[in-house]
Design a protein around this ligand. Structure first.
Ligand code: ASP
Length: 439
C-alpha cells in the first residue's frame, strides 16, 4: 500500500489529499468534530502554508539573482523584461475586458432581491469596515505612489514581510544586474555562492512538495468546517441569491483558461493545450488549495522548468514577477465585482467609468498580494475610484473564498503561460524537456 502510494505521481497524491480533505470536512461538520479538526488537523494545513511562505523570499531572491547574473548580455535582459511586462499588461487588459463584457451581458446584479440587499448591507457592514481600513492603508494617494512603494528604504526590512515581495524583487534585480555588469573575475565567488544556494533552496522545495498531499488535505478539510460554520442554512441561502454573480465570474475564468491561454499558446508555441494543462495541473491544484499564488510559486517554478522545459533564466525571471504583478483572475474578478455592485445599487456605469475600472483594476491587480483574499482588499480601491459605496463589498466577502481559489488558478495559469511563451520567443524552451536524474 505504502509502496503504491509512493509510486503515484505528485498530482495524483494531491488529488487524493483534496478528495480526502473534502470528505473529512463534511464528516467533521456532520458529526461536530470541529474542535478536533481545529486542534489536530488545521495545524498541518497551517504548517504547509507557512513552509511555502517561508521559502518565498529566499526562493525569489536567489533565483532572480542567479537568473540575472547568468545573463551576460544586458540587451537580452532588457528584451526579456520588456516582453514580460508587455505580456502581463496585455493579458491583464484582456482579462478585465472579458470580465466587463460578461458582466454587462449577464447583468447578475439586476437579479438581486431588494429586501435581501438592505439586509445584507446591514449584516456585513462590519467586515467591510475592517477590510476598508486595510484597503485605506494600501490605497495609493498619488498616481506614482505604486512606483515609490516598489523601492525599499531598507532591504532587510522589506525581506521580513512577504507583502513587500515587489521590493525584494526590485533589490534582487538590481543586485543581479550589478553582477552581470561586473567582470567575471570579480564576482565569480558570489556567482558560485548563488549557484549553490539555488540548489539548496530547490531541494527544500522538493521536500516541501512531499508533504503537499497532507497539506491540501488539512487546508480543504478545515476550509469546509470553517466556511460552513454552525449555520449551514444561512450560508446556502447566501450562495443561492448570489449564485448568478458567481456563475458570471466563473464563466470569465473558464473563458481565460479554455480560450485565451490556449489561443496564445497555439499561436506562439508547439504545445497543445491538453499537454500544457496536463503538465501544470499539479500547480493549479496547489493554487486552488492554498488560494495563494505566492505560496504556489515554488511548485510552478519546479514544474515549468522540469516538465515544460522552460529555461531557468526565463522561469526565474518571469514567474516571481508574474506571481506578484500578473493576476489575470484577480483583475477579472475585480471588474466583475465592481460592476455587479454597481448593478445591485442601481447605478449605471458610463463607458468612462468602465474604462476607469480597466485602469484601476490593472493597478489593483498589480498591487494585490498573492495571498488568500488579496484581491478583495484591493477591490475597495476600484469601488471608490468610480464612486461606488465600499460597503457593497460586504456582499462579496461571504463568497470570496471559492472564487479566490478559482482566480488563483487563473493567476498561476497566466504566469505559466507567460513563461512558456517568453521562453519560446527567446529559444529557451526545450519541449519535451530532457529529464534529469531523479534526486
Ligand atoms: N489569492 C489570489 C492569489 O494569490 C489573490 C487574490 O485574492 O485575488 O493569486
Amino acid at each position: 500500500m505504502w509502496k503504491k502510494w509512493k509510486n503515484l505521481p505528485l498530482w495524483a497524491k494531491i488529488i487524493a489529499g483534496m478528495v480526502a480533505g473534502i470528505i473529512w470536512g463534511l464528516l467533521a461538520v456532520i458529526f461536530e468534530w470541529t474542535v478536533f479538526n481545529q486542534q489536530w488537523v488545521k495545524p498541518f494545513g497551517t504548517i504547509f502554508l507557512n513552509m511555502l511562505q517561508m521559502i518565498a523570499v529566499p526562493l525569489i531572491f536567489v533565483s532572480l539573482v542567479k537568473g540575472m547574473a547568468g545573463l551576460t548580455d544586458i540587451g537580452k535582459l532588457s528584451r526579456i523584461g520588456l516582453k514580460t511586462l508587455g505580456f502581463f499588461m496585455a493579458s491583464t487588459v484582456v482579462a478585465i475586458t472579458v470580465g466587463l463584457l460578461i458582466v454587462n451581458i449577464m447583468k447578475p446584479g439586476h437579479a438581486f432581491p431588494d429586501s435581501r440587499r438592505a439586509e445584507m448591507q446591514e449584516k456585513y457592514a462590519d467586515p467591510a469596515g475592517e477590510k476598508g481600513t486595510i484597503a485605506e492603508q494600501v490605497t495609493p494617494d498619488a498616481p506614482l505612489d505604486f512606483l515609490v512603494e516598489i523601492v525599499p528604504q531598507n532591504v532587510v526590512d522589506a525581506a521580513s514581510d512577504n507583502r513587500n515581495i515587489l521590493q525584494v524583487i526590485f533589490f534582487a534585480i538590481l543586485f543581479g544586474i550589478a553582477i552581470a555588469l561586473l567582470p567575471h573575475e570579480k564576482v565569480k565567488v558570489v556567482k558560485g555562492f548563488f549557484d549553490g544556494m539555488s540548489e539548496i533552496i530547490m531541494k527544500i522545495v522538493k521536500i516541501i512538495m512531499k508533504i503537499a498531499p497532507l497539506g491540501v488535505f488539512a487546508l480543504l478539510g478545515t476550509l469546509i468546517v470553517e466556511f460552513t460554520g454552525d449555520d449551514i442554512a444561512e450560508s446556502l441561502d447566501l450562495f443561492a441569491s448570489l449564485g448568478l454573480y458567481m456563475i458570471t465570474t466563473i464563466l470569465g475564468y473558464i473563458f481565460m483558461i479554455f480560450a485565451v491561454y490556449p489561443f496564445v499558446l497555439k499561436l506562439f508555441t508547439p504545445l497543445t493545450y491538453r499537454g500544457f494543462y496536463k503538465i501544470i495541473s499539479s500547480v493549479q491544484m496547489i493554487a486552488f488549495s492554498t488560494s495563494s499564488s505566492a505560496a504556489t510559486l515554488p511548485f510552478s517554478m519546479n514544474v515549468v522548468e522540469r516538465d515544460l522545459g522552460v529555461s531557468k533564466t526565463i522561469s526565474s525571471f518571469v514567474l516571481p514577477i508574474g506571481t506578484t504583478i500578473n493576476m489575470d483572475g484577480t483583475s477579472l474578478y475585480q471588474a466583475v465585482g465592481a460592476v455587479f455592485i454597481a448593478q445591485v445599487f442601481g447605478f449605471d456605469l458610463t463607458i468612462a467609468q468602465q474604462l476607469t475600472i480597466v485602469l484601476t483594476a490593472t493597478l489593483a491587480s498589480i498591487g494585490a498580494p498573492g495571498i488568500p483574499g488579496g484581491g478583495v482588499v484591493m477591490l475597495v480601491i476600484i469601488l471608490t475610484s468610480v464612486g461606488l459605496p465600499a460597503e457593497g463589498m460586504a456582499m462579496l466577502l461571504a463568497l470570496d473564498r471559492p472564487l479566490d481559489m478559482l482566480r488563483t488558478v487563473v493567476n498561476v495559469t497566466g504566469d505559466c503561460t507567460a513563461s512558456t511563451i517568453i521562453a519560446k520567443s527567446e529559444n529557451e524552451l526545450v519541449y519535451p524537456p530532457v529529464k534529469e536524474e531523479p534526486a
